[in-house]
Design a protein. Structure first.
Lengths: 233, 213
C-alpha cells in the first residue's frame, strides 16, 4: 500500500480497482485530502465515459417497473408531484423553460470557465427546487408572480417587462416593514423571466421591482413597476 | 416483494394513461441536472425519466461487467435506487448526473462480480449484439462512443489494457498485477498515466467538437 504516493491511487480508485484494505486506507486518505477528492471527481468523469463504449442493451421491460415499485416502497408517503404543489403545471413548464434557457447559456459558454457552468447548474437546480414546491402570489403592476418555497427561498416571475436599456437594470427588492433589501438584478425583455431572489422572503413581506441605474443601487430610487404582497400561508 | 411490485406496476400504468403524459413530455425537455433535482423531491416521474435516459446505458455497462442478466438488473436497480435515496446529497459541483449514475452502476457491478467470483473469461472481447435503438437518442451516444473509442485506441497498449481490464473486467489493481505478471507499482502508474491521458484527450476532443467555430 505504501509503495508510491497515495495520490497515484486516484485513478485506480476512480476505476473501482481498489478493494479491501487498500480501499479503506485510500478512503481514509481521501477524507482529509481536498485535492485528491477533486482529482477523483475528475477521473470519475473520465472513467464513466468508458461506459459509452459498451453496446447498448435493452433491459427487460420489467426492470423499470421493478425500480419504480422499489423506489415507491422505500418512500411510501411519497405524493406524486402534481398533487403536492399548488401550481404544478406552471411550475413544471416553468422549470422546463428555465432548463432550456440555462442549457442555451450553457452551450454558449461551454468554452468558458468551469466556474461559470457550475454556477449556472447550481442556479438552475435552485430555481427548479423552488418552482416545484412553492406558493405563488400574483403581482400587481406589470404581470408576474412571486413563488416562495417552504425554505423561504423565492423566485420572481416577470412577464414581458420591456428590456432595460444598457445603462439601466431592473432591481428586485424584498421589503419587510421598514427594511428594504436588494434581492437581485435582471434585464427583462420579451417573454417570461425567472429571477432567483438573493434574499429569503419571510411572509408577510413585499417583493417589488424598480428600474435602476446599471449595476444596481442599495436602496430603490424610482417608482415600483410591479409588486407582490406575500402573506403567510 | 412481488405483491408490492405488482401493486406499483398497476398504479403506475393508471397514472401513465392520464395526465402524466404531459408531465413526461415536459420532463423530456429538462436537463439531466433538472431531472435529478426533481428526483430529489421524490418525483417518480422524474426517476422514470432518468431511467429512460440512462437505463440502457446502465444495463449495457452492468451486463458487460457481469455477463448475466439477473445480476446486471440488480446492479442497475441498486444504482437507480442509490440516486433516489441520495439525491439530496448530490452536489452539482462534484459530478454530472450521468457520471454519478454510471459510477453507481459500475461500483455495484464490480462489487457483484467480485462477490460472485464470476470471472469473465475474456472481458476484453467486445459485445457483438447490435443495439436496436431509436436514432434520435442514439446520435449523442454514438458521438460519445466514437470519442472514447478513438481515445482508447490512441493509448499505449499496456495502459489501455490496464484500464479496460479494471473498468470492464472489474479487476482490482492487485489482481491485475498478478494476472499481467507486473509489479503493483507498474500497474498503478499505467492506470494513472492512462486515465490522465484519456482525460486530456477527451477534453481536447470535446473542445474541438463544441468549442468556438
Amino acid at each position: 500500500m505504501n509503495d508510491g504516493s497515495p495520490h497515484e491511487l486516484s485513478a485506480a480508485y476512480a476505476l473501482d480497482a481498489l478493494d479491501g484494505d487498500e480501499l479503506e486506507a485510500y478512503e481514509t486518505h481521501l477524507a482529509g485530502c481536498e485535492r485528491c477528492r477533486e482529482e477523483v471527481a475528475s477521473f470519475r468523469e473520465t472513467a464513466s465515459t468508458l461506459a459509452y463504449d459498451v453496446d447498448l442493451r435493452a433491459p427487460p421491460e420489467t426492470l423499470e417497473h421493478r425500480i419504480l415499485a422499489a423506489a415507491r416502497a422505500e418512500r411510501p408517503n411519497v405524493v406524486p408531484l402534481r398533487q403536492r404543489v399548488a401550481i404544478p403545471a406552471a411550475a413544471l413548464s416553468a422549470a422546463a423553460a428555465v432548463a432550456a434557457i440555462a442549457l442555451g447559456i450553457w452551450a454558449v459558454h461551454l468554452s468558458n470557465s468551469l466556474d461559470r457552468q457550475k454556477s449556472i447548474r447550481k442556479d438552475q437546480k435552485a430555481l427548479i427546487d423552488i418552482l416545484s414546491d412553492c406558493s405563488k402570489t400574483p403581482t400587481s403592476g406589470s404581470s408576474g408572480a412571486v413563488c416562495v418555497a417552504p425554505t423561504e427561498k423565492a423566485v420572481l416571475i416577470a412577464d414581458s417587462l420591456p428590456a432595460a436599456s444598457p445603462d439601466k437594470t431592473y432591481e428586485a427588492w424584498v421589503i419587510v416593514g421598514n427594511s428594504v433589501q436588494p434581492a437581485g438584478l435582471f434585464r427583462g425583455g420579451a417573454g417570461r423571466k425567472y429571477i432567483l431572489l438573493t434574499e429569503p422572503v419571510r411572509a408577510p413581506a413585499k417583493v417589488a421591482v424598480t428600474l435602476e441605474k446599471r449595476g444596481g443601487v442599495p436602496a430603490p430610487t424610482s417608482a415600483i413597476l410591479l409588486q407582490a404582497q406575500v402573506r403567510p400561508s | 416483494m412481488s405483491g408490492r411490485g405488482e401493486g406499483g406496476v398497476i398504479s403506475l400504468r393508471g397514472r401513465r394513461t392520464g395526465q402524466s403524459r404531459t408531465t413526461a413530455r415536459e420532463l423530456a425537455h429538462l436537463s439531466d441536472e433538472a431531472v435529478v433535482a426533481l428526483v430529489e423531491r421524490s418525483d417518480e416521474q422524474a426517476l422514470a425519466e432518468l431511467y429512460r435516459r440512462f437505463g440502457r446505458l446502465a444495463y449495457g455497462l452492468a451486463f458487460r461487467i457481469l455477463r448475466d442478466d439477473a445480476l446486471a438488473q440488480d446492479a442497475v436497480q441498486e444504482a437507480f435506487l442509490g440516486v433516489w435515496r441520495a439525491a439530496g446529497r448530490f452536489t452539482a459541483e462534484r459530478a454530472k448526473p450521468s457520471t454519478w449514475l454510471l459510477t453507481l452502476v459500475h461500483r455495484r457491478a464490480v462489487d457483484l462480480v467480485r462477490r460472485e467470483e464470476r470471472r469473465r473469461t475474456e472481458p476484453l472481447q467486445p459485445e457483438t449484439e447490435p443495439a436496436g435503438a431509436e436514432a434520435a437518442d442514439e446520435a449523442e451516444l454514438a458521438t460519445q462512443r466514437q470519442a472514447i473509442r478513438e481515445a482508447l485506441r490512441r493509448l499505449p497498449a499496456e495502459q489501455r489494457e490496464a484500464i479496460e481490464l479494471a473498468y470492464y473486467g472489474g479487476y482490482t489493481q492487485s489482481e491485475l498485477a498478478e494476472r499481467l505478471g507486473q509489479p503493483l507499482g507498474t500497474i498503478k502508474s499505467r492506470m494513472f498515466t492512462g486515465l490522465a491521458r484519456l482525460r486530456q484527450d477527451l477534453g481536447e476532443d470535446a473542445h474541438a467538437r463544441f468549442g468556438p467555430a
